[in-house]
Ligand binder design. Sequence first.
Ligand code: ME8
Length: 506
Amino acid sequence: MKNYYITTPIYYCNDLPHLGHAYTNIACDILARYHRLDNKNVYFLTGTDEHGQKVEQSAKSKNTSTKELTDRMSKNFLDLTKILNCTNNDFIRTTEERHKISVHKLWNILLKNDQIYLDKYKGWYSIRDEAFFDEKELKKINSEYYAPTGAKVEWIEEESYFFRLSNWTDKLIEFYNKNPDFVAPDTRFNEVKSFVKSGLKDLSISRTTFNWGIPVPNNNNHVIYVWLDALQNYLSALEFPDTDSKLYKDFWPGTHIVGKDILRFHSIYWPAFLMAANLPPPLRIYAHGWFTNEGNKISKSLGNVIDPFQIINEFGLDEFRYFLFSQVPFGDDGDFSIKALVNRINNDLSNDYGNLVQRVCSFIYNNCNGEIEIIDNLINEDEDLLENSNNIFKFYKECMDKDQIDKAIKFIFKLISLANIYVNNQEPWKLKKTNPNRMKNVLSILIEIIKRIAIMTLPIMPNKSQKLLLYLNFDFQNINFDNYKVIFKNQIKIEKPYPLFPKYEK
Ligand code: ME8
C-alpha cells in the first residue's frame, strides 16, 4: 500500500479561525479522503502555531496570558476541524513537549553540521508576518516602511543566531531542477526559483527581545525563530527525532498544502533546513490562492472576516465545501460571495445533482414499488453512458492526483449532465407503458451511474454522498474506488426519496 502524508499550515493562535483557514483544511481533507478511497495509507496533519512575538503581543493586547490565549484559540481551531468534518489523524500544538524535543534535536543537528553561527541582526522585521525583509522589498509610505503583505515593519538590532542559508542557493536550484513538481502551480514555482537565483542571505533564526518561544539549547537568552520552530511540526507529529518510528518511516517526506503567503518559508527555508540537517526535503508544496470577501481583502480592520461556523450553520457544510472548490480554480485567488454560494447550491447542487437523484428515485419509488432490478440486456446508449462514466472517472483521477480539485469537480458534473440527458432521451415514463422491462433496465443503469457519481463526490461532500449511498443500500463504509466500475449485483429496494440538496430560499 502506498503512503500519503498531507499537512495544512499550523495556524497562529492570535485570533479566531476564519474562511481562509477553513479553505486550506477542507482542501487537505478532500485530498486525504480521495487518497484513502484510492487505497492509500493516508496521514493527515493539522494544528496550531503558538509561539512568537505576534501571539505574545496579541495576548498582551487582550489582557490575558499567552498560555490562556493559546489554549483557547487552539481549541477553536480544533473545533473548526470537527465542524468541517476533517479526517485529520493528529492535531499538533507547538507548545507540546513532543514538539520542543523535536525542534531542539533539529537545532542540535544544524549546530553539529556547522550550519549555525552567532552574530548580530540589524534589519527590518514584520511581526504580523513573523518575517525578516530586505529593504529593497519594502514600500515607504510617509516615513514608515511596509512589507509586500501591507504589514508595517520595524527596525530591530539584536544578537542572533544565523542559519547559513546563503550556502544553500545552488543546492536549492539543483534540487528544484531535479524535482519539477516540487512546487505547484508552476507560476508560483517560477517566482520561488527567481527569488532563490537572485541569491540568498543567511537567515536570522533566534530572537532575544521577547521570550514566548522555544529557548535555544544551552542559551536561554534566545528563543528560536518562530518559523524554524513552526515548520518542524511536520516532523514532530511523525515522532521525530525517532527516525526509526513507523510514522516517520511510512510518511516522511510528505505534501504540504499552504496559502501563497507562506510559500517562501515552505519552499526555500524548509528544504534548506532539512538538507542542512541531512534529512529529506518535502515531496511537494501546493500553494493555493487568496480569498477575498465580496471583492474586498479579508481583514479584521475592515470588519469583514467570514466566520465559517456561521456560514455552515446557514448554508450547510457540504454545500460550503462544494462551493469553495467549484467556484475557484485551486491555486488561483478567488472571491467569496453569498450570491455565488446560493447560485452554486441552487444550480449545480439542487438543479443538476439533486434533481437527477430525485427524479430517478421518485420514479422508481412511485412506479416500481421502490425496487431496482439487476442490469441486463444493454443497448448502445447504455454502453455509451457506462463507457463515458469510465472515461470521466479516469480524468477525475488524473486531476485529483495533480491536486486539481476544481477540474475534477467539472468532470463529475459532466457525468451528472450526461445522466440527465440519458433520462430525457430514454423517457422511462413512456417506457412504462410500451416496454416495462426496458424501463427497469434504464432505471437500474441510472442507479449505477448515481452510485458512481456519489463515489466521486465522497471526498468533496462526504456527508451527502454517504447518505446517498446508504439510501441506495450501498455499504459506503467499505466503499473505495475499486467499487466504481463494479456494477451492482443485488436487487435493491429504496424508501421514499428526500431532496438531497434543497434549494436555498430566503
Ligand atoms: O502563516 N485565503 O499562520 P496563519 C486563503 N503560522 N487562505 C487563507 C486566507 C485567505 N484569505 N487567510 C489565511 C501562518 N489563509 C503560520 C504557518 S506553517 C509551518 C506556519 C490560510 O494563521 C492559508 O493556508 O497566518 C494561509 O497560508 C494560512 O491560512 C496562514 O495562516
